[in-house]
Design a protein around this ligand. Sequence first.
Ligand code: PEP
Ligand code: MG
Length: 498
Amino acid sequence: MKCLTGKVVSEGIAVGNAHILRPNSIVRQPILMELEKEKFKKALFLSTEEIKDLIEKNPENEEYLSIQTLLLEDPLLSQKTLLVIEQGYSAFEAITKVIEEYIELLMESTNSYLKERTFDLADIRNRIIRNLDQQSIEKRDTPYILICEELHPSILIQNRELILGVLSQQGGYNSHGAILCRQFNIPYMIAKVEVEEDSILILDTRKKSIKVAPEKEELLQYQILLKKLSEERFKAVSHEGFKFLANVSSNIELDKVVEYDFDGIGLYRTEMIFMNSNRAYTLEEQYEIYLEAFEKMQKKSVCFRTFDIGDDKQLTYVKAYKKGIDNYIQNPELFKTQIEALLRANRYNTLKIMFPMIYNAEEFKQLKQWVQQIQQNIHNHSSFKLGIMLETKEALDTITSFSEVDFISIGTNDLIASIYHVDREQQKEELQAYLNDLLFQLKKVIRFCDEKSIELSICGELAAIEPALKEFIKAGVKNFSVAAPAIKVLNHVYKEFN
Ligand code: PEP
Ligand code: MG
């Protein structure tokens, strides 16, 4: 038996066989190198086809999308990537490295048009990586512990029922892969492990340990423990004056949300539903999903965030933009269908609609008008609340102009990246570097919301990190939205204050 250790990003215990997503980082053997080259070429081809398809379906977006086609078809990009693979890197590492170099070059430019292109580069990199992932995972029908270079949300969403646990070489606490694992209750550690396909593993985050090929006796003990843990029941403690809300990405999570007695859904990441398909869901399909959510939540409020794409959250059929509103303006049918389905499903008037990546109050007003227009057109009379995610520095700096919103939810993951340039992966580790200043900044938001009676909550991952949560409570925040298993953190901290 071999025992290894790693960094815990989602707690729990998993016992199962290893299933390796892709070869380890350095691919020195020529045969693997050839395989990686082929994988890269195929991923490049598939990504180019996806963009061409997008242009065909949305000719009005041709100007933007053709930049991506040009980048994808640039012979230099593929030559460089193939050369890096020949130096012994995996296709994933090679494309990441080459695009990073391009991005660094553009960032040095003083030309704002060129700087903006870094977003296109990041977009095509993520598209290629997703297409690499699709080729790397061999479909299985028995559950496994996933071993990968980096955990991309699309892999998790599409194989979730089979994934018992995850080990990845790279990643961090607030990556969307880690966020989803915490929501789905899948244990996940960042660790460098070299194991054979199908080796038996025990992943135990309480001990920060990964055991490879354990003894039979130990395996048995863990199986007994797993059964015991699965029978444990949790409930929110009584929490007067506070709201304990849940972050979810699918309806499957809602049974636990109800069992733990959350007060409602504070953040439903709807793009995760969309990522489960290679085409846009129809009005009817979306309606069914949203209605089931309202019904499962037994008339408690459900805050649906309109689809939020970009970075590691990609839809094959849509090009992503940095600003939330641009995604909707560029894909009006997708936005309209989503809003219409939400309004139609809003039988109990428990709907909250939340817009992500808002930069200024004008954007909110524009989206509000659009939603009202859609409601009129379909003769819908349900009542609902409209709000924003506060997750850009620009919105924070102009917060007092947002008096029209019904609620604000602070998305600390993007907000911290936007103000302090600490990327998601490092935010938990670097908490002390920015927490005091963040609290200072949030004071004006809290004051503004109090004055205008705007409901304020925090739905970013910091809400479930104990030292941060305590400071938020001291600062006067009363509503928190966390992954369902983090009910334990909310209970614990709340009890300490009362
Ligand atoms: C956030 O940015 O804090 C947030 C909750 O949204 P996401 O993590 O999905 O970007
Ligand atoms: Mg965000």
